[in-house]
Design a protein around this ligand. Sequence first.
Ligand code: ITT
Length: 198
Amino acid sequence: MAEKFVLATHNPGKLKEMAQILEKFHVEVVMPADLGLDVDVEETGTTFAENAMLKARAVCAASGLPAIADDSGLCVDALNGGPGVYSARYGGEGLDDIGRYRLLLNSLCGATTRAAHFACAIACAFPNGDELTAEGRCDGAIAFAPMGEGGFGYDPVFLVPEMRKTFAQMTAEEKSSISHRGRAMEKFVEKLETYLVK
Ligand code: ITT
């Protein structure tokens, strides 16, 4: 694919996964840092899809290049779907990834279900105003303790029962083959290929 896409995220974990998946599909990407870009977008949407599009539009406008954004999060049944779109901010500003998953484990003490899913919305905005979107989901459960060293965010506590592993115990390829982001990206690339052929 001849066109270059800028990845509209500040999250290094996402950036790495998105770049690896897109490379597999021969989609050429540039990092925001390579363009000297630091666009801070207020995530005012109530859905993953809305927030992903807000980020893609803002970075497309700032760079003049088509921009691909990801909005994602962990939805826990016992927390009525939370932290959901607030996953990055769960527990407030003072917490890091480890603090957030520890808080999650504590808040599930005595819960009658540990079922959860990760959700991901991908949005792409083009300078001519065209837009593409795709969504993906991965079902699993919250482990009783963190396991594994890979990945980022809530990966050590997100267990995929069929694989008997947390996301953090998987290789990057294993995670992408079943993850919310991997699935959303695959659908997105299918739409992108059709769009670019026209
Ligand atoms: P950008 O908005 O700059 O892309 P962000 O981290 O703020 O980065 P989100 O608002 O989409 O992104 O928040 C998603 C949060 O959900 C992220 O910070 C992680 O805590 C969590 N998350 C999403 N995908 C994940 C994954 O594959 N593994 C672990 N945690 C994930």
